[in-house]
Design a protein around this ligand. Sequence first.
Ligand code: MV4
Length: 448
Amino acid sequence: MTMIKKVLIANRGEIALRVLRACKELGIATVAVHSTADTDAMHVRLADESVCIGPPQASESYLNIPSIVAACEITGADAVHPGYGFLSENARFADILEAHGIIFIGPTAEQIRIMGDKIEAKRTAKALGIPVVPGSEGAIRSNEELLRVAEEVGYPVLIKASAGGGGKGMTVAKGPDEVVQAAARARAEAKANFGNDEVYLERYLATPRHIEIQVLGDGQGGAVALGERDCSLQRRHQKVWEEARSPALTEEQRTEIYATCAKAMQDMKYRGAGTIEFLYDNGEFFFIEMNTRLQVEHPVTEMITGLDLVHAQLSVASGEPLTIRQDDISFHGHAIECRINAEHPETFIPSPGTITHYHPPGGLGVRVDSAVYQGYKIPPYYDSLIGKLIVHGNSRSECLMRLRRSLDEFVVDGVESTLPLFRRLIQNPDILAGNYDIHWLEKFLAKE
Ligand code: MV4
């Protein structure tokens, strides 16, 4: 057991604050790192210590491994929390920290590496008994194999890049006349984007939902599933609205997929928080990827389980075995998260600048995770998240009415924001009924 005394937070914005708050509650000292563009940021103000790690471009600061390791050495931090994005799924970073005797708050470098390679991730998931999308066994090696596997799983098929994720390098083929060219295109795009031209093939699911399972493991064979989140409402692979539990699942379907995921994580001795992503179609789950980090949308899980996921991460990172068992976990009510971005609500063009008025909503069941304040200047260098509005209710309908009220209260002036989009969504019959798939939002935006 390694008592963690000081955590360096290798991130910025709302997630840096989220981690900082958990550390404070546990009596753990905090170190903020920041670029020269973030001198006035809240995470710098609230941390016990701060270190400037470089210029505004993330590649020179929040992604600068030598600077971050040096900041650990200077401050005597014994652990690093990477947040999400930036270095959170960088296996080399996890390795380097370990070599310096610093705890990486997350999975082992090996586990990050496996899940970062989509072919390896799928092979691993399948071997662990997780249902996967029918497709090629690993990388496609020839056009003969391509045509044979496509025929086996049935058209349309999807070619994906092994180094991909986030939709890059994905190409659909409707029939055998298209598949060879589609694979060539996916290969070229993968090579250009990731320097790795490995591709694999899957049956294309036309109208699934994106449902992900939150897991937590202690790296010693203890692991639990903390329920699902429905993240189908996305635009260009950016999640917009996430909710727990999914409006689409029955209690039996839930219990089964939770057990499958928990068992798989126990068997691989997974360490830390993770998310197993599925496409859900016609009553069936199909694994697509696993994220080996805390996710943006983790608060909806916290709201319905009452668990603090960052506390849990700190606990397992310090070597504590999990004390909760699957049967101890219960789910209360419903939670929805809206990602409020500094973007035009119709064009989604980023709108950096100074927030002239800021009034977040409050009241029972309302949580705002944000790092902005009135007078804060949103820099143009990073993501455009202003904050996350997370609302909880005893039922989905109570949650929706509370969300509508919260959206009415929320004031962000001085920059464009996506608040007006959510005020439209909360009036829509499909949204109110929970009746949507992964393409719903893009279709809605195209119509209006
Ligand atoms: C798919 C799919 C349909 N069939 N795989 C997009 C990003 C990547 N992580 C996985 N993605 C998809 N994989 C099969 N076999 C459709 C998508 C997809 C998608 C998935 C989740 C959420 C939004 C999406 C939007 C477009 C396509």
